[in-house]
Design a protein around this ligand. Structure first.
Ligand code: HEC
Ligand code: HEC
Length: 298
């Protein structure tokens, strides 16, 4: 706040307090003496010109005193911060620090344990579930089953690997998938062929002739990332194309679109935001979802 507006607010507050005090004093005086009427009468009720009751007067003075003391100790007078130095940010920081002091030892203890060890700590998994609800469910869904473009974390199909270390690394450092757009390089015909090939290797109806031509395209263009058997490569985040799990939908049109336009799925990094201990805890929760469904990867 500029010093002009600060002074302006100080002046307004001072005028208000002085004005209230003047109003109070002005109304203590009575013109005609106790018991006289003001001349106002309505329905047989007369208004007497009596002074304010003394207790009421003192209460009013008390509120003025309170306002003045408040403005001395707490912020309120323009840029003046108050003698106590209180601020809402400061209070919030204190509360955060108190919560940290309370929970940090718990986080530290869990942070020392491995994801596998945490599987037998129900409290840690519960914490992980809460961390997941706050930080992850916007993208992966509250049940972690994912949606278009966001992988299902409860099944046995992993893009970047389902071992505890791989899951933890996905969360800590994030993941950036790079599937190039093949439209310009391949052209429509080759895209059609390789799409049929992908449909074929994933066990669906495909045009055999186009698929045969597509196999060649795949071997020369796609196998480097997706592997010669199209089973994917967790190191590159290139998914297995032979299973039923599709990040972007497995229809003919979606597959062709993935190939033509490319895909760049991004998983944000959480190391800074959550810290290593909380990441370990939420990784343990994600891992437990697979344990629970009995599909854990080796
Ligand atoms: C902004 C959206 C977003 C948020 C928030 C998010 N994720 Fe992700 N996550 C993604 C996307 C997109 C991918 C897939 C990246 C790709 O295309 O390979 C992914 C991938 C993953 C993977 C790897 C999956 C695999 O199959 O290998 C894990 C594990 C994961 N996320 C866990 C989490 C956890 C735990 C959180 C919360 C701490 C979280 N994610 C928050 C978008 C998000
Ligand atoms: C440079 C490595 C690379 C090459 C080469 C590559 N891909 Fe990909 N592909 C990826 C990655 C990484 C993803 C995951 C994208 C994401 O998660 O956003 C992917 C995703 C896909 C998907 C979507 C899978 C799903 O689950 O929805 C299809 C389909 C696909 N690729 C087919 C192909 C075909 C066909 C070719 C050859 C024409 C090819 N890719 C070449 C890296 C590659």
């Amino acid at each position: 706040m500029s010093s002009f507006w600060s002074l302006w607010i100080i002046a307004l507050v001072a005028i208000n307090i002085l004005g209230s005090w003047w109003l109070l004093q002005a109304n203590r005086k009575i013109a005609k003496g106790e018991g006289a009427t003001t001349g106002h009468e309505w329905d047989g009720i007369q208004e007497l010109d009596n002074p304010l009751p003394y207790w009421w007067y003192l209460m009013f003075l008390g509120t003025l005193l309170f306002a003045i003391l408040y403005l001395i100790f707490y912020p309120g007078l323009g840029n003046f911060k108050g003698l106590l130095g209180w601020s809402s940010t400061g209070q919030w920081e204190q509360e955060v620090a108190r919560a940290e002091a309370k929970y940090q030892p718990i986080f530290d203890r869990y942070g020392q344990m491995s994801v596998e060890q945490l599987q037998s700590e129900p409290q840690a998994l519960k914490m992980g579930q809460r961390l997941f609800a706050t930080n992850c469910s916007v993208c992966h869904g509250s049940a972690a089953t994912g949606s278009y473009g966001f992988p299902n974390l409860t099944d046995a199909e992993w893009i970047w690997g389902g071992q505890p270390q791989a899951i933890e690394a996905s969360i800590l450092h994030g993941r950036q998938a790079q599937m190039p757009a093949w439209g310009p390089a391949l052209g429509d015909e080759a895209i059609k062929q390789v799409t049929e090939y992908v449909l074929q290797v994933s066990g669906r109806d495909a045009d055999p002739q186009l698929a045969q031509a597509g196999a060649e395209v795949f071997a020369s263009t796609c196998a480097a990332c997706h592997g010669p058997d199209a089973k994917g490569n967790p190191a590159l985040g290139s998914p297995n194309l032979t299973d039923a799990a599709w990040l972007y939908g497995g229809s003919r049109a979606e597959i062709a679109h993935s190939v033509r336009a490319g895909r760049q799925g991004q998983m944000p990094a959480f190391a800074d935001q959550l810290g290593h201990e909380r990441v370990r805890i939420v990784a343990a929760y994600v891992y437990s979802l697979n344990e629970a469904s009995g599909q854990s990867s080796p």
